[in-house]
Write a protein that binds this ligand. Structure first.
Ligand code: HEC
Ligand code: HEC
Length: 337
């Protein structure tokens, strides 16, 4: 998740290169763009809870906010730490210390005392309860496109999660990124329901919320590489492990161009058993951050819509090795001569 976050800041970093001292004091004093938290109280209905749980899974909130067991394939959630927050390890190369907060309804250590409007604003607009800008690793720049009804459902679900007492320190984002992130929040306004009758459009909505672009587009110095959208090659470093995202453009040789819709579905449903019964213990050579466990729970219509959208993207020839270190280590232990 390292570069994905920094990537989001790319344009801001570029902006600062040409900013003089005056610019810095401007940034220092300025407040992020911010709207009043909406005055809504979300009604909890069975339909909303189901949709909310679905969105929580699609957007992989667990991926960052929950305790995970990385000795097992894909780091399944440890139930006693679901939503309880975590501090990211230094290996991820984040600027400063970044923590994903406790988002359970615990009143003291979680968001149990927040109004529903404050939760909605944090999720879609990147403003914490105290009015500060959230570090954009939190996916608010994509959650901004979440429809009003969907964010209500998500909040309904968050409100019914088990409250877990767990103190997570506030993030301490390093200078100058701490100033730059103030430009990231943006009011979301009213967001209409996605058009479900248009398969490709709905696929785009799902891809946006699921963060496929953020992980599957390579970046350099925080900037997504031009013409490389979805072409893979972004590295994710964890203690003792690394994985590189795959090329999921329709490239015939290097992407998923030869995959039929059924191949695509099969690839995700391969992990259904793991999601249901718990994945096996694996070594660092199988380390991945691709949310296979979450996405294997998506219904076939959704995966078909995602596939349909991906097929409309530009095919990019780009060879990626998803497990480079292990490849290198295997090569280096081969007998010489
Ligand atoms: C890629 C990692 C990532 C994902 C995925 C993610 N978050 Fe976050 N979230 C963060 C980080 C990091 C922060 C803290 C940012 C900071 O400290 O500035 C955060 C902050 C928050 C906050 C504000 C908490 C506070 O005390 O200010 C809320 C609420 C939240 N996330 C909810 C969610 C929900 C709901 C989802 C799923 C829809 C989600 N997040 C998905 C990383 C993530
Ligand atoms: C948190 C980062 C992350 C997100 C979000 C993510 N991916 Fe991935 N994905 C990866 C990584 C890393 C790999 C390579 C390792 C692996 O296969 O597990 C991968 C592999 C894949 C593969 C396998 C390709 C192959 O050649 O076998 C497919 C297909 C895929 N992702 C599709 C998607 C789609 C579609 C989405 C959005 C719905 C998505 N990914 C979201 C990180 C991510």
């Amino acid at each position: 998740m390292t570069k994905m976050i920094v990537r989001v800041l790319g344009f801001l970093v570029a902006a600062v290169m040409i900013t003089a001292v005056g610019g810095f004091s401007y940034l220092y004093l300025r407040k992020p763009a911010m709207a009043q938290a909406p005055a809504v109280k979300v009604d909890i209905t069975p339909a909303r809870l189901a949709r909310g749980q679905y969105l929580y899974n699609l957007a992989d909130c667990d991926g960052c906010h929950s305790l995970r067991d990385f000795t097992r394939f894909d780091g399944p959630v440890v139930e006693s730490g679901r939503g309880a927050g975590t501090v990211f390890p230094p290996e991820m190369g984040l600027p400063g210390v970044v923590a994903a907060h406790n988002i359970t309804p615990d009143k003291e250590t979680g968001i149990g005392n927040w109004t529903d409007g404050e939760k909605i604003r944090a999720i879609r607009e990147g403003i914490s309860r105290d009015g500060t800008a959230l570090f954009p690793m939190m996916g608010y720049q994509r959650f901004r496109h979440m429809s009003d009804e969907d964010v209500f459902s998500l909040v309904a679900y968050l409100n019914t999660m088990a409250a877990i007492r767990n103190v997570v320190p506030r993030s301490r984002v390093a200078f100058p990124v701490s100033l730059l992130i103030k430009s990231a929040p943006q009011p979301a306004g009213h967001v209409p329901e996605p058009d479900r009758s248009n398969k490709v459009k709905y696929g785009e909505y799902l891809v946006t919320l699921a963060g496929c672009m953020e992980c599957h587009t390579p970046a350099r110095q925080g900037q997504p590489l031009q013409g490389m959208t979805l072409a893979g090659g972004q590295e994710f470093r964890f203690p003792g492990a690394v994985v590189v995202s795959a090329n999921i453009t329709p490239s015939l040789q290097t992407g998923i161009g030869r995959w039929s819709e059924q191949n695509f579905l099969d690839r995700f449903y391969e992990y259904k058993g793991y999601a249901e019964d718990g994945p096996p213990h694996v070594g660092a050579e199988s380390f991945t951050v691709m949310p296979w466990l979450s996405f294997s729970r998506l219904p076939p219509e959704d995966l078909k819509a995602i596939y349909a959208f991906l097929r409309t993207r530009q095919a990019i020839y780009h060879v990626v090795d998803s497990h480079p270190v292990w490849q290198a280590q295997r090569d280096s232990v081969k007998p010489r001569g």
